[in-house]
Design a protein around this ligand. Structure first.
Ligand SMILES: *[C@@H]1O[C@H](CO)[C@@H](O)[C@H](O)[C@H]1NC(C)=O
Ligand SMILES: *[C@@H]1O[C@H](CO)[C@@H](O)[C@H](O)[C@H]1NC(C)=O
Ligand SMILES: *[C@@H]1O[C@H](CO)[C@@H](O)[C@H](O)[C@H]1NC(C)=O
Length: 377
């Protein structure tokens, strides 16, 4: 029943901010197993929904966390008439941003190729780069059933700004003004719009394929990491869906995109059947690289123990290019043959690998609360 309640709550729009659930999980350390199972089930559910149901069944997609803890701000939009309209409260307006904020950034990208793995999965597996989440989400949003051209009836306003892709172009070797410039331009562009003025941006949201911290540079020294997009005056009222949330309560963590993009229920059931039949000869596995320069990283220890475990553990060394960790087939084969998949932090606390392992029916094992519990539960 609790799982049902949590899932219902997610679709009521406020999954990550439920303080009661959070407090309970902190208090009862001994019930970690329960929380793990709960988390696992919820994420499994989300993954399935995210790919093919997300914009069909989602309810209350348009609640945003308010400033005061635990409360939610809801923008009902202006109700036009009393007749029954299944989109009421769900209408979303999409900003028609100048192309330099989105399409221009991917103009010269090579086409995304199909993943040519085992034949039966050909139509539902693609070698999806995690940084493409902004593009996929934008495309999906354009097919959302409750879009409106009239912002006065919209409950949420989507800004199709490819924040992560934009930052990536200027992250290395550029000065801070280069890294910040399109964010600054965007906020200035928005401020002139009536759509913005209605709720001072509080009904606006965007999605980021990079972690929230990348947009919160601490100073203007060139050596500091990232851009200042999320610390700009004007950005604070916007909700950002991101692959890893940080300190701001307006940042909401969403699952990483995986390689699996089923186009119908049949493909989902087919995959579930396939996964249930897997033999899992390894107790645990790890795909990744050492982080020798990172102080206190547990990865080296995990790799050493895995390698000396005498066939209990399977290790895919991503430092070695022969192993090609970018090929979904290599990762899926590893995870499909293991019961537990270790997910130690890497560049940041969360990992896309967590979702790859869940899809493979492999139970993710976390080493830091920020890798899952404070993100998605
Ligand atoms: C009332 O709402 C319905 C359903 O959205 C719509 O078809 C109809 O045109 C609306 N009527 C007016 C007067 O806006
Ligand atoms: C930042 O770099 C760009 C070109 O890379 C240059 O045109 C601009 O003047 C630089 N800005 C500052 C403040 O140094
Ligand atoms: C953000 O919202 C607050 C009210 O909650 C408002 O005072 C502030 O001006 C808003 N920021 C912008 C840039 O509109």
């Amino acid at each position: 029943m609790k799982l049902y309640a949590l899932v219902t709550q997610f679709f009521a729009g406020n999954p990550t901010k439920n303080l009661k659930w959070k407090r309970q999980s902190r208090r009862k350390n001994c019930s970690n197993q329960f929380w793990f199972v709960l988390f696992f089930s919820v994420v499994m559910f989300l993954l399935l929904c995210f790919n093919h149901l997300f914009f069909e069944n989602i309810k209350g997609f348009v609640y945003f966390p308010g400033k005061s803890a635990g409360s939610a701000t809801y923008f009902p939009g202006k109700l036009r008439n009393n007749s029954k309209d299944s989109c009421l409260g769900r209408y979303t307006y999409v900003h028609d941003l100048p192309k330099r904020f989105n399409e221009d950034m991917i103009k010269d990208c090579p086409r995304i190729k199909d993943f040519d793995g085992s034949d039966s999965w050909k139509n539902s597996w693609f070698s999806t780069n995690q940084f493409m989440l902004e593009v996929s989400f934008h495309n999906r949003m354009q097919k959302y059933e409750c879009l409106t051209d009239d912002f006065t009836i919209a409950s949420a306003i989507f800004m199709p700004y490819y924040a992560g892709l934009d930052l990536r172009r200027h992250l290395w070797g550029f000065n801070t003004s280069m890294r910040d410039s399109s964010g600054v331009d965007l906020i200035a562009w928005l401020a002139r719009k009536p759509e913005w003025k209605r709720n001072l941006g509080k009904d606006h949201f965007l999605i980021s394929s990079r972690i929230a911290r990348d947009f919160r540079r601490k100073s203007n020294r060139k050596s500091d990491w990232g851009s200042n997009f999320r610390v700009l005056p004007g950005s604070e009222n916007i909700t950002m869906l991101t692959i890893e949330s940080g300190s701001s309560e307006n940042d909401i963590a969403v699952p990483y995109p995986t390689y699996f993009h089923p186009s119908n229920d049949f493909q989902v059931h087919q995959w579930q059947e396939f996964i249930r039949k897997q033999n899992r000869p390894y107790l645990f596995s790890f795909a990744g690289a050492r982080r020798s320069k990172q102080k206190g990283s547990i990865r080296a220890e995990i790799i050493d123990q895995c390698q000396s475990s005498n066939k209990l553990c399977n290790f895919l060394d991503c430092d070695s290019s022969i192993n090609n960790c970018n090929n979904p087939a290599n990762l899926m084969n590893l995870f499909q043959s293991s019961i537990f998949c270790l997910q130690p932090p890497g560049d940041s606390l969360t990992r896309r690998s967590t979702f790859d392992s869940i899809l493979s029916g492999c139970i993710p094992v976390f080493f830091h609360p920020g890798s899952a519990y404070t993100q998605y539960v």
